[in-house]
Design a protein around this ligand. Sequence first.
Ligand code: NAD
Length: 318
Amino acid sequence: MKVGIIGAGSVGSATAFALVMRGIARKVVLIDSNEKRAQAEAMDIAHSSPFAVASKIKAGTYQDLAGAEVVIITAGANQKPGETRIDLLGRNVKIFEDIIPKVVEAAPNTILLITANPADIMTEVALKLSGFPKERVIGSGTVLDTSRFRTLLGYYLGVSPKSIHANVLGEHGDSEVLIWSNGDAGTVQIEKFAEMIGKPFTPEVKAHIDDCVRNAAYQIIEGKGATFYGIAGALSRICQAISTNEYAILTVCSHHDDVEGIKDVCLSLPTVIGKRGIHSVIYPRFSESEARDLKFSAEKIKQYSEEAMAQLSSDKQN
Ligand code: NAD
């Protein structure tokens, strides 16, 4: 599989490294407005080739994206300590106006995989700017948040996070919704599992896990300035599902006609991913409070998406 990555900063370079080390991409092209950075990252990662699965990585230009099955967009401003993802919107819309048309021209059949923040709204922006069908515009969405949730549940329940099936849906951001009502470990619902092992999810335990998932990025950014390994794992997992036509269910972000009564909104739901990109979306059953929280999350994204669309049309007129 050939993967292009636009933005060779912390997320782009960590993702390239994950793709090469896991043998998911045979060819990786790194593109950045800072060409020296892209070249240096490509050279550094290439030096791990003898220890990885044979792959070629290089810094390149947009023309080098020809034939890429996936183009990952990580280019953009990132959060500074204290900033929310939404604070990045205006800056990153401008960057997408520069990038997306060039990607579309060079790789008209590619799948766009959006990770720049605020990721749900940037997915909507990429959909609009590219004119691609919605099956080929995927946001990394809450794949990362879901993996944070599963990791913490796995540690708490004493089982591998890989054996936990519990999801975070909605916004990749402050209004995300942890779905406690229908997660399971093995075949046992997670709350029942916790009771069975004598460690019930008290309101305090749930609140602590919720806080650690929802506010993980703030904590990591406070400590080291950026988050990149977790998202690199998530992006490489999505590429793997596309590359192997896996039909894996992942909580990616995509455009939905209706979520809890909110029309035309990009957010994360369990989604079947394969060679064509999005194959289908599975709308889960929620508890009443989860449905209410998901509606709130959809309303929030919708509001900021409308702002982004207004910016796009005013930039077009100027
Ligand atoms: P970074 O500053 O390290 O890298 C961004 C790179 O984009 C820089 O190298 C910059 O030169 C490049 N760039 C900027 N404008 C460009 C343009 N027009 N064309 C080409 N390259 C351009 O930032 P980062 O830490 O890698 O984060 C990148 C984005 O990913 C941010 O928006 C961040 O918030 C987001 N992010 C998302 C998730 C997620 O789960 N969705 C997780 C972590 C970070």
